[in-house]
Design a protein around this ligand. Structure first.
Ligand SMILES: [Zn+2]
Length: 406
Protein backbone atom coordinates (compact mmCIF):
# COMPACT_ATOMS: atom_id res chain seq x y z
CA UNK A 1 0.00 0.00 0.00
CA UNK A 2 1.56 3.36 -0.94
CA UNK A 3 1.94 6.00 1.74
CA UNK A 4 -0.87 8.20 0.41
CA UNK A 5 -3.02 10.80 2.13
CA UNK A 6 -5.57 8.03 2.78
CA UNK A 7 -3.02 6.26 4.97
CA UNK A 8 -1.00 9.13 6.40
CA UNK A 9 -0.10 8.94 10.10
CA UNK A 10 -2.79 11.54 10.89
CA UNK A 11 -5.49 9.59 9.05
CA UNK A 12 -4.42 6.40 10.80
CA UNK A 13 -4.58 8.13 14.20
CA UNK A 14 -8.02 9.61 13.65
CA UNK A 15 -9.41 6.27 12.38
CA UNK A 16 -7.95 4.58 15.49
CA UNK A 17 -9.60 7.08 17.82
CA UNK A 18 -12.99 6.76 16.11
CA UNK A 19 -12.87 2.94 16.30
CA UNK A 20 -11.71 3.02 19.92
CA UNK A 21 -14.55 5.31 20.95
CA UNK A 22 -17.11 3.15 19.15
CA UNK A 23 -15.84 -0.06 20.77
CA UNK A 24 -15.40 1.42 24.25
CA UNK A 25 -19.06 2.43 24.38
CA UNK A 26 -20.04 -1.26 24.41
CA UNK A 27 -17.20 -2.29 26.72
CA UNK A 28 -18.12 0.33 29.31
CA UNK A 29 -21.73 -0.90 29.26
CA UNK A 30 -21.24 -4.59 29.91
CA UNK A 31 -17.60 -5.69 30.38
CA UNK A 32 -17.13 -6.27 34.12
CA UNK A 33 -13.34 -6.43 33.97
CA UNK A 34 -12.94 -3.10 32.20
CA UNK A 35 -15.99 -1.20 33.41
CA UNK A 36 -14.35 -0.47 36.76
CA UNK A 37 -10.97 0.40 35.24
CA UNK A 38 -11.81 2.61 32.29
CA UNK A 39 -13.49 5.90 31.62
CA UNK A 40 -14.98 7.35 28.47
CA UNK A 41 -12.48 8.56 25.89
CA UNK A 42 -13.05 11.69 23.82
CA UNK A 43 -9.49 12.49 22.78
CA UNK A 44 -5.96 11.13 22.99
CA UNK A 45 -5.32 12.74 26.37
CA UNK A 46 -8.22 10.70 27.82
CA UNK A 47 -6.75 7.58 26.27
CA UNK A 48 -3.35 8.24 27.80
CA UNK A 49 -4.91 8.44 31.24
CA UNK A 50 -6.34 4.91 30.99
CA UNK A 51 -4.41 2.42 33.14
CA UNK A 52 -2.19 -0.27 31.62
CA UNK A 53 -3.45 -3.86 31.60
CA UNK A 54 -0.94 -6.60 32.49
CA UNK A 55 -0.94 -10.34 32.05
CA UNK A 56 -0.90 -10.64 35.85
CA UNK A 57 -4.22 -8.70 35.97
CA UNK A 58 -5.75 -11.15 33.50
CA UNK A 59 -4.46 -14.24 35.32
CA UNK A 60 -5.73 -12.90 38.66
CA UNK A 61 -9.14 -12.24 37.10
CA UNK A 62 -9.39 -15.74 35.60
CA UNK A 63 -8.28 -17.31 38.87
CA UNK A 64 -10.92 -15.37 40.80
CA UNK A 65 -13.67 -16.06 38.24
CA UNK A 66 -12.87 -19.35 36.51
CA UNK A 67 -12.90 -20.57 33.85
CA UNK A 68 -13.01 -17.46 31.62
CA UNK A 69 -12.75 -14.46 33.97
CA UNK A 70 -14.75 -11.26 33.51
CA UNK A 71 -13.15 -9.64 30.43
CA UNK A 72 -16.22 -10.47 28.37
CA UNK A 73 -18.36 -7.82 26.73
CA UNK A 74 -21.16 -10.14 25.64
CA UNK A 75 -23.10 -13.10 27.11
CA UNK A 76 -21.16 -16.39 26.83
CA UNK A 77 -23.36 -17.74 24.04
CA UNK A 78 -21.91 -15.11 21.69
CA UNK A 79 -18.44 -16.73 21.87
CA UNK A 80 -17.55 -19.61 19.60
CA UNK A 81 -13.87 -20.37 20.13
CA UNK A 82 -11.77 -21.05 23.22
CA UNK A 83 -8.00 -20.94 22.98
CA UNK A 84 -5.28 -20.76 25.57
CA UNK A 85 -1.73 -19.51 25.81
CA UNK A 86 1.08 -22.00 25.29
CA UNK A 87 2.37 -21.26 28.82
CA UNK A 88 5.90 -21.79 27.52
CA UNK A 89 7.18 -20.08 30.67
CA UNK A 90 5.63 -22.82 32.77
CA UNK A 91 2.90 -20.61 34.22
CA UNK A 92 -0.80 -21.23 34.24
CA UNK A 93 -2.32 -20.87 30.74
CA UNK A 94 -4.59 -17.94 30.05
CA UNK A 95 -7.86 -18.83 28.32
CA UNK A 96 -9.19 -16.52 25.64
CA UNK A 97 -12.58 -16.41 23.92
CA UNK A 98 -13.45 -15.19 20.44
CA UNK A 99 -16.78 -14.25 18.90
CA UNK A 100 -17.59 -14.81 15.25
CA UNK A 101 -16.68 -11.17 14.59
CA UNK A 102 -13.32 -11.28 16.38
CA UNK A 103 -12.33 -14.55 14.73
CA UNK A 104 -13.25 -13.04 11.40
CA UNK A 105 -10.98 -10.10 12.34
CA UNK A 106 -8.02 -12.48 13.00
CA UNK A 107 -8.50 -14.22 9.67
CA UNK A 108 -8.89 -10.98 7.75
CA UNK A 109 -5.62 -9.64 9.18
CA UNK A 110 -3.81 -12.78 8.08
CA UNK A 111 -5.28 -12.56 4.59
CA UNK A 112 -4.93 -8.80 4.11
CA UNK A 113 -1.64 -8.14 5.84
CA UNK A 114 0.49 -11.16 6.81
CA UNK A 115 -0.04 -13.37 3.76
CA UNK A 116 -0.21 -10.42 1.39
CA UNK A 117 3.15 -9.07 2.54
CA UNK A 118 4.66 -12.53 2.02
CA UNK A 119 3.25 -12.68 -1.53
CA UNK A 120 0.92 -15.59 -0.69
CA UNK A 121 -2.17 -15.68 -2.95
CA UNK A 122 -5.06 -17.96 -3.85
CA UNK A 123 -2.73 -19.92 -6.09
CA UNK A 124 -0.63 -21.06 -3.14
CA UNK A 125 -0.68 -24.26 -1.13
CA UNK A 126 -0.07 -23.37 2.50
CA UNK A 127 1.35 -26.04 4.81
CA UNK A 128 0.94 -25.46 8.55
CA UNK A 129 3.46 -27.44 10.60
CA UNK A 130 1.47 -27.05 13.77
CA UNK A 131 -0.31 -29.39 16.18
CA UNK A 132 -3.77 -27.70 16.15
CA UNK A 133 -4.25 -28.14 19.90
CA UNK A 134 -5.80 -25.54 22.23
CA UNK A 135 -2.89 -23.09 21.72
CA UNK A 136 -4.03 -20.48 19.19
CA UNK A 137 -0.78 -20.67 17.18
CA UNK A 138 -1.50 -21.01 13.49
CA UNK A 139 -5.25 -21.71 13.76
CA UNK A 140 -5.94 -18.18 12.53
CA UNK A 141 -3.38 -18.58 9.72
CA UNK A 142 -5.32 -21.66 8.59
CA UNK A 143 -8.53 -19.61 8.44
CA UNK A 144 -6.74 -16.66 6.84
CA UNK A 145 -5.30 -18.83 4.07
CA UNK A 146 -8.73 -20.32 3.40
CA UNK A 147 -10.16 -16.83 3.24
CA UNK A 148 -7.56 -15.93 0.62
CA UNK A 149 -8.72 -18.88 -1.43
CA UNK A 150 -5.40 -20.71 -1.06
CA UNK A 151 -5.26 -24.46 -0.51
CA UNK A 152 -4.60 -25.19 3.18
CA UNK A 153 -2.77 -28.27 4.40
CA UNK A 154 -2.89 -29.20 8.08
CA UNK A 155 0.31 -30.62 9.47
CA UNK A 156 -1.32 -31.58 12.77
CA UNK A 157 -0.75 -34.99 14.42
CA UNK A 158 2.29 -35.77 12.27
CA UNK A 159 5.90 -36.62 13.03
CA UNK A 160 8.56 -34.30 11.65
CA UNK A 161 9.38 -36.89 8.96
CA UNK A 162 5.71 -37.12 7.94
CA UNK A 163 5.57 -33.36 7.71
CA UNK A 164 8.62 -33.24 5.44
CA UNK A 165 7.15 -35.88 3.16
CA UNK A 166 3.69 -34.28 3.14
CA UNK A 167 5.18 -30.86 2.33
CA UNK A 168 7.01 -32.35 -0.66
CA UNK A 169 4.33 -34.79 -1.84
CA UNK A 170 1.57 -32.16 -1.85
CA UNK A 171 3.72 -29.49 -3.49
CA UNK A 172 3.33 -26.92 -0.70
CA UNK A 173 4.43 -23.43 -1.79
CA UNK A 174 4.22 -21.68 1.60
CA UNK A 175 5.11 -22.91 5.08
CA UNK A 176 3.95 -21.60 8.48
CA UNK A 177 5.79 -22.70 11.66
CA UNK A 178 8.23 -21.42 14.28
CA UNK A 179 11.72 -20.54 12.98
CA UNK A 180 13.29 -23.27 15.11
CA UNK A 181 10.89 -25.84 13.74
CA UNK A 182 11.60 -24.75 10.15
CA UNK A 183 15.28 -25.57 10.78
CA UNK A 184 14.34 -28.88 12.39
CA UNK A 185 12.23 -29.86 9.35
CA UNK A 186 15.24 -29.02 7.18
CA UNK A 187 17.57 -31.07 9.39
CA UNK A 188 15.20 -34.05 9.23
CA UNK A 189 14.92 -33.70 5.45
CA UNK A 190 18.73 -33.79 5.15
CA UNK A 191 18.87 -36.95 7.25
CA UNK A 192 16.31 -38.52 4.91
CA UNK A 193 18.37 -37.49 1.88
CA UNK A 194 15.71 -34.98 0.77
CA UNK A 195 16.45 -31.42 -0.27
CA UNK A 196 13.88 -28.81 0.75
CA UNK A 197 15.70 -26.17 -1.31
CA UNK A 198 14.38 -28.03 -4.37
CA UNK A 199 10.81 -28.09 -3.04
CA UNK A 200 8.08 -25.75 -4.34
CA UNK A 201 8.17 -23.68 -1.12
CA UNK A 202 8.68 -20.01 -2.05
CA UNK A 203 7.73 -18.30 1.24
CA UNK A 204 8.03 -19.28 4.88
CA UNK A 205 6.15 -17.37 7.60
CA UNK A 206 7.21 -17.63 11.21
CA UNK A 207 5.87 -16.68 14.62
CA UNK A 208 6.36 -17.61 18.25
CA UNK A 209 10.05 -16.68 18.42
CA UNK A 210 12.04 -13.70 17.12
CA UNK A 211 14.14 -15.90 14.76
CA UNK A 212 12.76 -14.78 11.41
CA UNK A 213 14.00 -11.24 12.15
CA UNK A 214 17.43 -12.44 13.31
CA UNK A 215 19.66 -12.17 10.21
CA UNK A 216 21.63 -15.41 10.75
CA UNK A 217 18.50 -17.46 11.48
CA UNK A 218 16.66 -15.97 8.51
CA UNK A 219 19.62 -16.71 6.24
CA UNK A 220 19.75 -20.32 7.48
CA UNK A 221 16.03 -20.81 6.75
CA UNK A 222 16.21 -19.09 3.35
CA UNK A 223 19.15 -21.29 2.34
CA UNK A 224 17.50 -24.49 3.57
CA UNK A 225 14.28 -23.84 1.62
CA UNK A 226 15.47 -21.68 -1.25
CA UNK A 227 12.61 -19.38 -0.19
CA UNK A 228 11.92 -15.94 1.27
CA UNK A 229 11.44 -15.93 5.02
CA UNK A 230 8.93 -13.62 6.76
CA UNK A 231 8.39 -12.77 10.41
CA UNK A 232 4.98 -12.41 12.04
CA UNK A 233 4.15 -11.22 15.56
CA UNK A 234 1.03 -11.93 17.56
CA UNK A 235 -0.22 -13.09 20.94
CA UNK A 236 -3.11 -15.34 21.98
CA UNK A 237 -4.64 -12.68 24.19
CA UNK A 238 -3.98 -9.77 21.83
CA UNK A 239 -4.26 -10.96 18.23
CA UNK A 240 -2.03 -10.66 15.15
CA UNK A 241 -0.01 -7.48 15.65
CA UNK A 242 2.63 -7.38 12.92
CA UNK A 243 3.98 -8.69 9.64
CA UNK A 244 7.37 -8.92 8.00
CA UNK A 245 7.73 -7.32 4.57
CA UNK A 246 10.02 -7.75 1.58
CA UNK A 247 12.59 -5.39 3.10
CA UNK A 248 13.31 -8.18 5.59
CA UNK A 249 14.67 -6.00 8.38
CA UNK A 250 11.74 -5.80 10.77
CA UNK A 251 8.05 -6.15 11.42
CA UNK A 252 5.36 -3.59 10.53
CA UNK A 253 2.87 -2.84 13.28
CA UNK A 254 -0.70 -3.25 11.99
CA UNK A 255 -1.84 0.22 13.00
CA UNK A 256 -5.19 -0.07 11.22
CA UNK A 257 -6.20 -2.75 13.77
CA UNK A 258 -4.30 -1.73 16.93
CA UNK A 259 -3.07 1.34 18.78
CA UNK A 260 0.60 0.88 19.65
CA UNK A 261 2.66 2.70 22.26
CA UNK A 262 6.14 2.12 23.61
CA UNK A 263 7.00 2.71 27.30
CA UNK A 264 10.14 4.70 28.18
CA UNK A 265 11.84 1.34 28.93
CA UNK A 266 11.06 0.14 25.39
CA UNK A 267 8.15 -2.23 26.10
CA UNK A 268 5.46 -2.49 23.42
CA UNK A 269 1.94 -1.64 24.62
CA UNK A 270 -1.04 -2.48 22.40
CA UNK A 271 -4.79 -1.85 22.29
CA UNK A 272 -6.77 -3.99 19.87
CA UNK A 273 -9.53 -2.42 17.79
CA UNK A 274 -11.29 -5.49 16.44
CA UNK A 275 -11.81 -7.86 19.32
CA UNK A 276 -14.44 -6.07 21.38
CA UNK A 277 -15.83 -9.27 22.88
CA UNK A 278 -12.53 -9.83 24.76
CA UNK A 279 -10.64 -6.55 24.33
CA UNK A 280 -7.26 -5.45 25.65
CA UNK A 281 -6.72 -1.80 26.40
CA UNK A 282 -3.14 -0.53 26.81
CA UNK A 283 -1.82 -4.07 27.25
CA UNK A 284 1.81 -4.45 28.28
CA UNK A 285 3.06 -7.10 25.88
CA UNK A 286 6.34 -7.84 27.68
CA UNK A 287 8.14 -7.43 24.34
CA UNK A 288 11.19 -5.20 24.12
CA UNK A 289 11.12 -3.25 20.84
CA UNK A 290 12.57 -0.32 18.94
CA UNK A 291 10.18 1.50 16.59
CA UNK A 292 11.38 3.14 13.38
CA UNK A 293 9.57 6.20 12.05
CA UNK A 294 11.43 5.98 8.72
CA UNK A 295 9.35 5.08 5.63
CA UNK A 296 9.96 1.49 4.48
CA UNK A 297 10.98 0.56 0.94
CA UNK A 298 7.96 -1.77 0.73
CA UNK A 299 5.64 1.28 0.85
CA UNK A 300 3.69 0.20 3.94
CA UNK A 301 2.07 3.12 5.79
CA UNK A 302 2.73 1.40 9.12
CA UNK A 303 5.68 1.99 11.43
CA UNK A 304 8.19 -0.82 11.79
CA UNK A 305 9.81 -2.65 14.69
CA UNK A 306 13.50 -2.58 13.82
CA UNK A 307 14.78 -6.15 13.89
CA UNK A 308 11.35 -7.44 15.02
CA UNK A 309 10.87 -8.20 18.71
CA UNK A 310 14.26 -7.83 20.37
CA UNK A 311 13.35 -10.02 23.33
CA UNK A 312 10.92 -10.62 26.16
CA UNK A 313 11.33 -8.21 29.05
CA UNK A 314 11.53 -11.22 31.41
CA UNK A 315 14.08 -13.02 29.19
CA UNK A 316 16.78 -10.43 29.69
CA UNK A 317 19.91 -11.70 31.42
CA UNK A 318 23.07 -9.99 32.57
CA UNK A 319 26.69 -10.97 32.02
CA UNK A 320 29.18 -8.80 33.90
CA UNK A 321 26.88 -5.83 33.85
CA UNK A 322 25.87 -6.19 30.18
CA UNK A 323 22.15 -6.73 29.58
CA UNK A 324 21.47 -9.29 26.86
CA UNK A 325 18.59 -11.09 25.19
CA UNK A 326 18.70 -14.68 23.89
CA UNK A 327 18.07 -13.31 20.37
CA UNK A 328 21.54 -11.68 20.41
CA UNK A 329 23.10 -15.06 21.21
CA UNK A 330 20.97 -16.72 18.53
CA UNK A 331 22.34 -14.32 15.90
CA UNK A 332 25.83 -15.66 16.63
CA UNK A 333 24.93 -19.34 17.07
CA UNK A 334 22.95 -19.58 13.81
CA UNK A 335 26.02 -18.55 11.83
CA UNK A 336 27.23 -22.08 12.57
CA UNK A 337 24.95 -24.47 10.69
CA UNK A 338 26.32 -27.55 12.48
CA UNK A 339 24.62 -26.35 15.69
CA UNK A 340 21.08 -27.76 15.77
CA UNK A 341 19.89 -26.64 19.23
CA UNK A 342 21.09 -24.33 21.94
CA UNK A 343 20.07 -23.01 25.36
CA UNK A 344 21.40 -20.17 27.49
CA UNK A 345 21.63 -21.40 31.07
CA UNK A 346 21.55 -18.66 33.67
CA UNK A 347 22.49 -19.14 37.31
CA UNK A 348 22.68 -16.57 40.05
CA UNK A 349 25.31 -17.48 42.61
CA UNK A 350 26.07 -15.14 45.53
CA UNK A 351 24.90 -12.02 43.64
CA UNK A 352 26.91 -13.13 40.58
CA UNK A 353 25.42 -14.04 37.22
CA UNK A 354 26.81 -17.23 35.75
CA UNK A 355 25.88 -17.86 32.13
CA UNK A 356 26.64 -20.98 30.11
CA UNK A 357 25.72 -21.57 26.48
CA UNK A 358 24.82 -25.22 25.87
CA UNK A 359 25.13 -26.38 22.27
CA UNK A 360 23.98 -29.49 20.50
CA UNK A 361 25.54 -30.49 17.18
CA UNK A 362 24.57 -32.53 14.17
CA UNK A 363 27.32 -35.09 14.95
CA UNK A 364 30.97 -34.16 15.47
CA UNK A 365 32.57 -31.46 17.52
CA UNK A 366 30.83 -28.16 18.23
CA UNK A 367 32.83 -25.07 17.18
CA UNK A 368 33.00 -23.94 20.81
CA UNK A 369 36.01 -21.67 20.47
CA UNK A 370 34.70 -19.97 17.33
CA UNK A 371 31.32 -19.28 18.94
CA UNK A 372 32.89 -18.01 22.18
CA UNK A 373 35.11 -15.74 20.09
CA UNK A 374 32.17 -14.42 18.04
CA UNK A 375 30.15 -13.75 21.20
CA UNK A 376 33.06 -11.83 22.69
CA UNK A 377 33.48 -9.81 19.51
CA UNK A 378 29.81 -9.01 18.98
CA UNK A 379 28.55 -8.61 22.54
CA UNK A 380 31.71 -7.75 24.43
CA UNK A 381 31.25 -10.51 26.99
CA UNK A 382 32.86 -13.83 27.75
CA UNK A 383 30.30 -16.64 27.82
CA UNK A 384 31.25 -20.18 28.74
CA UNK A 385 30.26 -22.55 25.87
CA UNK A 386 29.73 -26.24 26.40
CA UNK A 387 28.68 -29.06 24.07
CA UNK A 388 25.94 -31.45 25.18
CA UNK A 389 25.04 -34.85 23.69
CA UNK A 390 22.78 -34.89 20.63
CA UNK A 391 19.08 -35.08 21.49
CA UNK A 392 19.43 -33.83 25.09
CA UNK A 393 18.11 -30.27 24.76
CA UNK A 394 14.32 -29.82 24.73
CA UNK A 395 12.61 -29.72 21.32
CA UNK A 396 9.46 -27.71 20.81
CA UNK A 397 7.28 -27.06 17.80
CA UNK A 398 5.56 -24.18 19.60
CA UNK A 399 8.01 -21.76 21.19
CA UNK A 400 11.56 -22.71 21.94
CA UNK A 401 12.73 -21.58 25.37
CA UNK A 402 16.25 -20.26 24.84
CA UNK A 403 16.84 -19.00 28.36
CA UNK A 404 16.75 -21.39 31.31
CA UNK A 405 17.18 -19.98 34.80
CA UNK A 406 18.42 -22.51 37.32
ZN1 LIG B 1 8.22 -2.73 4.83
Amino acid sequence: MPRSSASSPDRIRSAQLAELRRGLREVLKSNRFYRRRLHDVKGWDDFERLPYTTKADLIADQSARPPFGTNLTYPLERYLRVHQTSSSSGGRPLRWLDTRDSWDWWERIWAEHVFRAAGVTRRDRVFLAFSFGPFIGFWSAFGGAERLGAMVISGGAMTTEQRVRSLLDLGATALCCTPTYALRLAETARQLGLDLARSAVAATIHAGEPGASIPATRAAIETAYGARCFDHTGMTELGPTGFGCAAGDGVHLIESEFIFEVTPEGELVATNLGRWGSPLIRYRTGDRVEVSEEPCSCGSPFRKLKGGILGRVDDMFTVRGVNLFPSQVEEIVRRHPEVVEFVVEHRRLRQMDEVTLLLECDGGQAPLEAIAHDLRQALGVRIDCRQVAAGTLPRSELKARRLVRI
